[in-house]
Design a protein. Sequence first.
Length: 313
Amino acid sequence: MKALAKGACALALLAVACPARAGTYFVTVAGLGGEPDYEQRFTAVANDLDHILKVSGGDVHVYTLVGADSTRQHLEDTLSQVARQAKPEDDFVLILIGHGTFDGIDYKFNLPGPDVSASDLAAWCDRVPSKRQLVVNTTSASGGSIAALDRPGRAVIAATKTGTEKNATVFARYWVDALRDPTSDTNKNDAISALEAFQYAAAKSADFYDSQKRLATEHAVFEDTGKNEPVRAASTETNEGLFLSNFTLIRLGSAQKAFADPAKRQLLAKKEELEQKIDTLKYQKAAMEPDDYKQQLTAALLELAHVQEELDK
């Protein structure tokens, strides 16, 4: 029964993970620095991300709030605008950069003027019709925001595993690096998924503390099953990481060129759909009959090879 339940869950995740998507809406917010050094750092990271996303090609809609623009009201207005414009098949990504606080009950994102709570952010994101959503909270104490933000169809990445890790984080800079470093594309499909970006940023953050011979004060986690059980690594046993692995953030190289070519865009969409199917089959493997798994995987791989051949022409 557990195997059947796991298989049904993976199938449900596949249905969420592989819609006929149109575009992606990105909203990035650099919060209150409190000190000039942090202010400059947060703004620089947000502006770097803004540039990377805008030149990434594809149907992207990029909103970046920094400095005096990153107020609670402006953020709510921006998310309301996205809610009016986005379609269910569009992806939606909210990225928070800065300081956060957690009092044991509520997480708050520090902004110029009134702060905003995780519950407020969740309510505003709920208005966005996108079926697939991702919140990347890179702030201190960000682990305290997961419970309020998490829901089926919305993954949450946090720079800290709990709300009690309150020191300033380095995760944001490495999240941005992940989107411009081709080595983060570990499966070499010319696209960087949210899972690949998370793994890159988490590893680089850990390396930073090791190289500085400092005790790590942040431990990045994610939750993408809707069960409010954040983890630090993907697992085919529990489906953690499946949603994130199927969530493309940006395309690179040949995939970016194919997306820009109307004659090849449908082929690219088919290629990505097959790659996602293969990922999902790997998560389903333990719940499937070996012959059935092999048959479906072989068929998907052969079809993928054919589509790739067409794309390469």
